[in-house]
Design a protein around this ligand. Sequence first.
Ligand code: URA
Length: 230
Amino acid sequence: MSDNKDQIRTFVKEELEIFGGPLYMPESQAEQEPETIQVNTDNHKLTSFNSEIHNCLNCPLGASRTKFVFGSGNPDADLMFVGEAPGEREDLAGIPFVGRAGKLLDDILKAIDLNREDVYIANVLKCRTPNNRDPKKEEIEACEPYLIKQIEIIKPKLLVALGRISAMTLLRTKDSLTAMRGQVFDYHGTDMVVTYHPAALLRNPNWKRPAWEDFKKIREMYRGNTGEAT
Ligand code: URA
């Protein structure tokens, strides 16, 4: 009986810590920008790479974007997240994951004792697609070399694909998200795992529980790969 109570307490604590906010988040809070990232990236290879490519017109999305969304966070991060493509708010801000999905991602990071200054976040596509439609094959082909170069510069110890599009792109597979979750892939020598996209978690709250299991593993692997104490 008391075991049950403990389990319930843990469950409620986790739900509140990670998912309480976004599930019940009032619109005004949903519109807040995430915390400002205080990482000095001056003179970093990544900054010069951004300068080289930020006027990109290699695919038609270049002409319709407001801002090129290169990526943000710690350029020397051991943990890197890869999302799909900027949405409306990211297109306006020039920063990935600043909308509701970004707020959820921030909360999840916090729940595994991390914040945006500890990680790097980028997308497969650097420009918004019209009405946030799925990226086209030719758009991914045009943009993926940028992501590959970012990964080469950052050299994370753990790569996390957020959602199927990101995982399919990085792993060159058509497998389902279900098939990919729970596995550790080798992305050119870097450990890589796949989990739900935060926007999918907002649409399907039932996936939050398995997502939390994924993020607990991510925390464990991150600590293991970086030699951080648990
Ligand atoms: N969804 C993404 O995949 N990336 C963002 O930057 C925002 C929403």
